[in-house]
Design a protein around this ligand. Sequence first.
Ligand SMILES: NC(=O)N[C@@H](CC(=O)O)C(=O)O
Ligand SMILES: [Zn+2]
Ligand SMILES: [Zn+2]
Length: 346
Amino acid sequence: MTQRLTIRRPDDWHLHLRDGAMLAGVLPETARDFARAIIMPNLVPPVVTAQDAADYRARILAALPEDMAFTPLMTLYLTEETDPQDVAAAHASGLVTAVKLYPAGATTNSASGVTDFDKVRGVLEKMAEIGCPLCVHGEVTDPEVDIFDREAVFIDRVLDPIRRAVPGLRVVMEHLTTADGVDYVKANAADLGATITTHHLIITRNHILVGGIKPHYYCLPVAKRARHRDALVAAATSGDARFFLGTDSAPHSDPTKESACGCAGIFSATNTLSCLAEVFEREGALDRLEAFASLNGPAFYRLAPNAETITLVKGAPVAFPDKIATGVGPVTLFDPGFPLHWRVER
Ligand SMILES: NC(=O)N[C@@H](CC(=O)O)C(=O)O
Ligand SMILES: [Zn+2]
Ligand SMILES: [Zn+2]
């Protein structure tokens, strides 16, 4: 008997769409399966003001194929010059859903990020007052700190002090990669949530480094050892409403990844739901996939879940393309390293 699973249409609470020809190439890969996504603002130059967000939103909608429905939920890139009133107005009008904090230099296109956290305190206080969530790339940039420890150190040195200094601030720890992060979320109240990516539920650092260096498994925060991956799987499949899907699908063209200094980012929009169904099935948690992919995110963001549903069907292994063609070159699709049997019924 064919196995079928019908769930509310999912959303992606952490997505990179880029701009121009890359945007046009990757947007359908997300819009095919997802109703909404939180759109990351790390363009070059970044999406800093409400006007930038309005313009970017218009470019996304213009790139959307006519037969697809998709709602981009816009974010602003927090800088030391961000104006609290601009944020408040953009949030009140519905243009902007959240603000994104990048520690300066922590990841791809983060040069305009925050160095001195005292300088953004006024914005954070305004956000706490109006209920605008802060999405956080949670890694310290201190060159003395080992790259595998940067998330855990960030929690102690930066995140916990910010949350104590600005009570009531609603925070999403983006792309959680450690058991330390899972424990920190669990130890706190409902004003703290976390996104977990598809790939961090599957790969460990061995995937990047064993048998040759694999640039398409390199992302930030970098995948950790198996114990951490397993803690993420347990959190995602637990049904705990504080954990929800943010794919962090982050396209880079192949030449920029397959390089002596390859870019960080894994592109997973196309096969994410098939990967997730496989992971949740293996954990005996298929009945909790809907919470993770379709219910917990909207609840955190105080939005209604999508009214429409999608149906996943299990059958013979599904063939996904190795690469997506875009106007700026091929983008390699995330390879989970095991066959995928679930596909979204069209
Ligand atoms: N995750 C990544 O490795 N890369 C992201 C940036 C980010 O989310 O940190 C990107 O923009 O390419
Ligand atoms: Zn990030
Ligand atoms: Zn990201």
